[in-house]
Design a protein around this ligand. Sequence first.
Ligand code: AMP
Length: 402
Amino acid sequence: MIPVLIVLNAGSSSLKFQVFDMVDDAEPQLVWKGLYEGLGGSAHFVVKDNDGAALDEMTWSSGDRIGHEEALMHLVSWLRSHQEGRKLAAIGHRVVHGGQSFSAPVLVDDSVVEALEALVPLAPLHQPHNLEPIRIVRRRLPGLPQIACFDTAFHQTQSDIASLFALPREMRDLGVRRYGFHGLSYEYIASTLRDYDPRLADGKVIVAHLGNGASLCALKGGVSVATTMGFSALDGLPMGTRCGAIDAGVVFFMLREMKLSPEEAERMLYTKSGLLGVSGISNDMRVLRSKAASDQDARRAINLFVYRITREIGSLVAALGGIDGLVFTAGIGENDVATRAEVISGLSWAGFSLHEAANSAGGPQITFGTGPTAWVIPTNEELVIARQTGRVLDATRERLAS
Ligand code: AMP
């Protein structure tokens, strides 16, 4: 029997999954991937093979009341009827916040669930959804190992100074500090740099994870030394619907002068700001690009996005003391030729020279000449979760055997 892992990434009304074969010490092999969306309403399920060909699909009406629990049990029974020669060995979960305690993936037990629940106030819009499937599996499939893999853990290598806010000491004691996010993506990129250029793996690299969520990470020798995200996933770059870094005084203005409740202010900053808020049109870069020539607000949203990326890269170059390479990844970074061109044009001071044809072709290398290099590298957060899950399972087995 081949052991298989399910990798889960749960959102408020969605459940993304990938299933990997785990053969001895080999790299996890993707077998199936899919998605439940519209959970709690009219739910839809689709599963594809590793070439992206659809294998199965199903739609439920809202009267069927398909939530996360029903979706998970449907997935497990779909697997049972398709997993010939395979046996479910564990589930690996994406968990956005590991706080100060979790600097590595961890086998979930009661005390871990309790510690992760205590972190909900630090990531109120993500952490509860990440924890829900963990609780469901503990209830419905007791005994199945679950491993929590954290978006924050990769940044635990940052110095005390890089993670400090200039706030009174008691705030830090409460856990108010820079954590950083998108760590699973950055770990994947760091693991792959040597395949592109050994000088990147050993050097000073900035990774631009530009998706609906967006952040930058400064890597020195493949290790995180600084990032644009901070205490919550709101900080740093403007994103699809999140504001990125703003003056904290704006929040007081929202509460005191606009009389918004904390929940209304939070909703505005998380879901109505960023590309959507500035353009008033969409959080989707493809839509904004298609309207940019005729719509000033679409153009303004893109210009702000590019300006902030370029400015923050300057800050991270200073934190690194130089730059050898820049990597673009995630939905916009991997696909939007114009965003890459505009960012690199804003970085000519650092010696970057865009290779236009290579950029249009999607890379991997999109610069020429003797300056620092820029690259397009597709991210793979699910593979990192599968790797981490496999490692924790092996370590647990060894511990039990000794
Ligand atoms: P992600 O969160 O990584 O899935 O990225 C979502 C973002 O990537 C959205 O803003 C999309 O508009 C953007 N995106 C995806 N494909 C393309 C594309 N072909 N060109 C430009 N932007 C894209």
